[in-house]
Design a protein around this ligand. Structure first.
Ligand code: MN
Length: 131
C-alpha cells in the first residue's frame, strides 16, 4: 500500500521541499509540525521511515527520537529508520542525534540528491532506482 514517510518539521519551506522531492519518487509524505504530534503520528500510522528535524517548537528532536524508540504503544518503533536533519552539525547535533536513537543524520540546507540517497538506502523507491 505504498511507502509512508513521516517528516517531523516546523519549517513550512522545508516541509514543502521534502514533500515535492519524495512524492516525485513515489513515496507518500505524512507531516507533523511539532515533536509531540510527530510522536503520536508515528504511533498511530503505518510508518516506514521518519525524517526528524532537531529544532522543534515544543520538545526537541532528540527527545522525539527517545520517545519514538521507547514507545510502549508501538514496539516496532524501536527499529523504524530515523534520519535526523540537523542545522548545526558542527555543534555536536549529529552525535547527539545518533545517541538519541537516530540511524543517520543529514545537514541543512537539505540537498535533494542526498535526501533521495539517504531515504532509498532504507526504503527503495516504488518507482525503481534513480536513473
Ligand atoms: Mn525546525
Amino acid at each position: 500500500m505504498g511507502i509512508n514517510i513521516l517528516y517531523i518539521e516546523d519549517n513550512p519551506d522545508n516541509m514543502m521541499l521534502v514533500k515535492r522531492a519524495l512524492e516525485s519518487r513515489g513515496y507518500k509524505l505524512l507531516q507533523a509540525m511539532t515533536g509531540v504530534l510527530g510522536v503520536s503520528t508515528a504511533e498511530a500510522e503505518e510508518i516506514d521511515l521518519i525524517l526528524l528535524d532537531i529544532n522543534l517548537p515544543d520538545i526537541d528532536g532528540y527527545e522525539v527520537a527517545r520517545r519514538i524508540r521507547s514507545s510502549s504503544a508501538k514496539k516496532s518503533l524501536s527499529y523504524v529508520p530515523i534520519i535526523a536533519v540537523t542545522a548545526n552539525a558542527l555543534k555536536g547535533d549529529a552525535e547527539k542525534a545518533l545517541s538519541a536513537g537516530c540511524d543517520v543524520y543529514m545537514s541543512k540546507p537539505i540537498n535533494i540528491r542526498e535526501l533521495w540517497a539517504r531515504v532509498e538506502a532504507f526504503v527503495p523507491s516504488p518507482m525503481g532506482p534513480k536513473q
